[in-house]
Design a protein around this ligand. Sequence first.
Ligand code: OXD
Length: 307
Amino acid sequence: MALLIAAPTRDTDELAETLNRLEPGADIRVWPDAGELSEIDFAICWKQPEGLFSRLPGLKAVTSLGAGVDGILKDPDLPRDLPVGRLAGPRLASNMAAYVTAMTTLHWRDFPGFMKDQAARRWNQWAPEHPPVVGLMGMGEMARMTASALEALDTPVHGWNRSGKGPDTVTMHSGDRGLVEMAATVDVLVCLLPLTDQTRGIIHAGLLAAMKPGACLINTGRGEHLVEADLLSALDAGRPGRAILDVFSTEPLPESHPFWQHPRILITPHCASITLTEEAARLALESWRRVQAGKPPLGQVEPDRGY
Ligand code: OXD
């Protein structure tokens, strides 16, 4: 029985070292040095190599090296009945809440404006009258903690998901019309959705045009939620007035990408909330033990639903 790490874009050596430290003697292998492939019964994957799953006949379950499973579920070689889990530690939701709250505040209090004032030695005292109204696309664990953090700042929170169900304190919306209505109501629209066939390209010209002039779009879901060309035209039209993007269709964002230079786009490098190595290793070992005991992996997802 062996655990395979197949995550070529991540620091796999550090993860392997941590797994070995936490579980001395465990058979931990790192792709492409994977040894006899039939011995592998559990895999931790992130942007795994093409064709990997068809080469692992003894695989009992796979887990994503993070909260999102889109990269695993879209793999054409994934066996349909293979249990898929995710590693979402307790810090993931609180880090996301911190990021969204910070970025909402940056927009609302216009900190980029104060930085320009400072550069020009200009004393421009002002503060907004009201807190911003925030709309959260998605109402999973990360969105719920984000909603609580925003509410602590007296921020009215709206939410959108498939069922229209959410915490009592959040004004919920659902359906295509509900999403447009929410976008038209809020000052800050935040995408926290999982990437599925239904949510790919969900932030397109039509939705952006519904936003209030000067509003802010924050995307911490996946780059593919946003139609990138539509955002550039929408910013030119002033709806939204600013975009804060943590995720991109191609990562790392290519040096030639027009987002880098755009005066009203703030870029962070997919760091809003990441599963850190120690936490990932502990959760992965727990998940592996569960699978060996005949239980589902931690955070098992429903492949047909996509999360
Ligand atoms: C994740 C991510 O899915 O980092 O965990 O985006």
